[in-house]
Design a protein around this ligand. Sequence first.
Ligand code: UD1
Length: 423
Amino acid sequence: MEKFSIEGPVRLHGKVAASGAKNAALPALAATLLSDEKVELTRVPAVRDIRTMCRLLEHLGGECESEGHRVVASGSCVGGDQPDAPYELVKTMRASILVLGPLLARRGRATVSLPGGCAIGVRPIDEHLRGMEALGAEVELSEGYVTARADRLVGTRFRFHVPSVTGTENVMMAATLAQGSTRLENCAREAEIADLAELLNAMGAKISGAGGDVIEIEGVDALHHARHEVIPDRIEAGTYLIAAAITGGDVEVEGARWRDLEALTAELEAAGVRVERTASGVRAVGNGELAPTRVETAPHPGFPTDLQAQWMALMTQAEGTSSLRESVFENRFQHVAELNRLGADVQIDGRTAVIHGKRALSGTGVMATDLRASACLVLAGLAAEGTTVVDRIYHLDRGYEAMESKLHSLGAQVERFSAPMEV
Ligand code: UD1
């Protein structure tokens, strides 16, 4: 199993380019199933989840050719007796559920494994299924699989009970080929949804309002070829901005879009970090002194849950007591025990973490439990005295492209190795 060895403390300095957003590229790839014609995606990040989605598309009979950051995919959706998204794939990547809507719309039938729980919580898909039913599908759950069927989906008016990101994407994709018009209410508003709608519209769909809480879709008979550049990854960008802050450094993330990062930049400023919009991205400059904050995660435009763990690492270095409430997922504090092993003083009270700072961190062996928790431990390692070894970085590789080279370019000493750990 591969690990990172990080020598700290270090002051990061320089520029780093934002990769394409994994969470925008995944639904974009699923959307290629909606057309037989080729869809060309650029700025696709070279991360493990993208390779998993490509494998899934091929398993479904689609085409998926990638070269560097360019992927050309098309969906012929052969179908057969096999489940479309088997448990083996869904358990490694929940976003596999994103093929449900496109397959149902295109082929009239889709069978996808139920994701079950994962490290950060139960994560149900009831909103996806209610949406498909509202479009006229018959949905059946059996032996750990969901099967949805419909001759042709029919436009509808549907309100999400909770604004699910992939739920909104799934139902929006399905509705593009429905008969008549669909109005989706209480939609998630994350930037990745607007990006998906832009791709779908380039493929001939008629969607308006994506990125807001009401999305209207006029169904069309078929979608066609298109080219689309995936948006930059706001979570990856946010992670490097926090890395600048925790190391008292100066980092510019090139390509990062200010408008996608406002919840984070407001909190960075509250913590005393200078943040500025530059000609090519966003820059954060720390001065080594951090004020405590009270932060609560929320759906966009709130503070992203995908930056909660990284923010916690930062607050271990603030002078005073911070609080961090996780309102989106019920079990997303698994990094706390590992942070405390590095010398942090974090206590959990229900859904709130209380972080007592400033604590000197000192390097030791820690274990990553999920994608963003891994990033939190890497950030803590950059600020800790001595060597931090982060185990199970396969979690990190799911969503961060070339993190060690990007950190190297900013002056960090981070090595990837697979030898047995000795600290
Ligand atoms: C997406 C992101 C993930 C991010 C999350 C929240 C992708 C591929 N993943 O995940 O990185 O952490 O948004 O910003 O884009 N819920 C239900 N029923 C449902 C669906 C969700 O109750 O059918 C609940 C969830 O349990 C959670 C909340 O809604 O409490 C938000 O989850 P959701 O937005 O669906 O997360 P994902 O789309 O899975």
